[in-house]
Design a protein around this ligand. Structure first.
Ligand code: 13P
Length: 338
């Protein structure tokens, strides 16, 4: 691309505008290449949450999906959090609602609800712990063994965590990510035959998880894949996750080859964000994602527990902590309000 092409000029404008707006640009690993090129930080859900919590900038432009921006707003309530496209939701997050978590807690008053970060703020507000794919095992291990656990909403991640932790009393919700279900065991077998020397890296949300997990060289979060590919001596990799991931893997490992586990593993929501929309978002400081304080206050507790466990290996460890569950009235908030 020519240095002075309109495309490069737009990137320069975004960087300038970000400075003027005192904005930090966070981009998930699935975002398109041009967005990654203007971002201050690119990473997985955990890394981006940490960056959102630590930033001193007054605006966070979150290039990812809605629940990620909500998490940033929960962790940095005094900041303005904006996303390029308000329609960039998450089909997996929509598979569990607050009432589901609360009803389970009513039936299992001593149990703990673990909400994957791919959940709405209201679901997090009803949960005891949060987790991401990079720390889900550690979070569940930090909960006393005798406690029943409800893991929402991803069935495949939950099943993997159950297997890794050996927990019999872990109930798994039956949600799934549409993009990851495009990855099938048959597709994996075919690729492994075509590329016998390639290492097979799998995200725990994969629909083929239950059948193909024993074949994986590693089961990792998106950032875990980046680290693994860099450190491995292998020259080829089969990548089982959303295909936006291949951009960063390829960029950071120019001499290595990456094969998508399925050409169809594309998240329509993640790919709604574009460089043009990111520019407009900064220019007009829209679309703001703001979690109402009464929800943010409750949702912050499981997220902070997760961060503590991630950093130290233990949260408060009892699944009740200082958090009051079962408020008489359900929490009222929906995405269109922001
Ligand atoms: P990571 O936390 O591994 O980046 O995964 C996020 C996600 O939404 C996967 O679909």
């Amino acid at each position: 691309m020519n240095e002075s092409s309109p495309y490069n000029m737009l990137k320069d404008k975004i960087r300038l505008l970000a400075k003027e707006r005192d904005a930090v640009i966070l981009a998930h690993n699935y975002q398109e290449g041009p967005i990654q090129e203007v971002a201050d930080f690119i990473g997985d859900s955990l890394l981006l949450s940490q960056k959102a919590a630590a930033t001193e900038a007054s605006v966070i432009l979150f290039c990812g999906v809605h629940f990620m921006a909500e998490t940033a707003s929960i962790l940095s309530p005094q900041k303005k959090v904006i996303i390029p496209d308000l329609a960039a939701g998450c089909s997996l997050a929509d598979m569990v609602i607050e009432r589901d978590a609360r009803q389970w807690k009513e039936r299992h008053p001593d149990g703990a609800v673990v909400a994957y970060v791919n959940t709405s703020a209201v679901v997090k507000a009803a949960a005891d712990y949060c987790c991401t794919s990079s720390n889900a095992v550690k979070v569940v291990q930090a909960i006393p063994e005798e406690k029943e656990v409800l893991f929402v909403p991803d069935f495949y991640l939950g099943t993997w965590v159950k297997r890794k932790t050996g927990r019999r009393n872990l109930h798994v919700w039956k949600g799934y990510c549409a993009a990851h279900t495009a990855i099938t065991p048959e597709g994996i077998d075919r690729l492994r035959e075509q590329h016998p020397d390639a290492e097979f890296l799998m995200h725990p949300e994969c629909g083929c998880m239950t059948k193909s997990m024993d074949l994986a060289d590693a089961i990792l979060s998106t950032e875990g894949m980046v680290k693994y590919a860099k450190e491995s001596s292998a020259g080829e990799f089969i990548i089982a996750t959303e295909n936006g991931m291949l951009y960063k893997l390829q960029k950071e490992n120019p001499g290595k080859k990456f094969y998508p586990a399925s050409e169809n593993a594309t998240c329509q929501y993640m790919q709604m964000n574009t460089l043009e929309k990111a520019f407009r978002s900064l220019l007009e400081l829209k679309y703001e994602v703001k979690v109402p304080p009464h929800i943010a206050e409750l949702a912050r507790i499981p997220i902070e527990r997760m961060m503590e466990i991630s950093a130290n290996g233990n949260g408060n460890g009892n699944g009740n902590g200082k958090k009051k569950l079962h408020s008489a009235a359900p929490i009222v908030y929906n995405r269109s309000q922001c």
